[in-house]
Design a protein around this ligand. Structure first.
Ligand code: ZN
Length: 87
């Protein structure tokens, strides 16, 4: 599993507590609470070997901040793949 850059979206604190964790069709959705400012936020962890799913999610819900995070993962995966192919 690739996990998202888990800095708090509110204060950028690097750690959070997982309050709830439930799998869905694309990955695992986790409800988190920032240990810095107590901001609640949700992350969706997507299986790293399936960037197509991540891209599809990003395309279908661009305004969703979770999808934006997923798109960032997809981009970093593409970068990694590029580097891998060049190696
Ligand atoms: Zn925070």
């Amino acid at each position: 599993m690739a996990h998202l850059g888990l800095h708090c979206p509110s204060c950028n604190h690097p750690t959070s507590e997982v309050k709830d964790s439930r799998p869905n069709e694309h990955g695992i959705r986790r409800r988190r609470v920032c240990t810095g400012c107590n901001q609640r936020f949700t992350t969706l962890e997507v299986i790293a070997t399936n960037p197509d799913v991540a891209q599809e999610l990003a395309d279908t819900s661009r305004r969703n901040s979770v999808a934006m995070r997923i798109r960032r993962i997809t981009e970093s995966l593409e970068t990694l793949l590029d580097e891998f192919h060049r190696a």
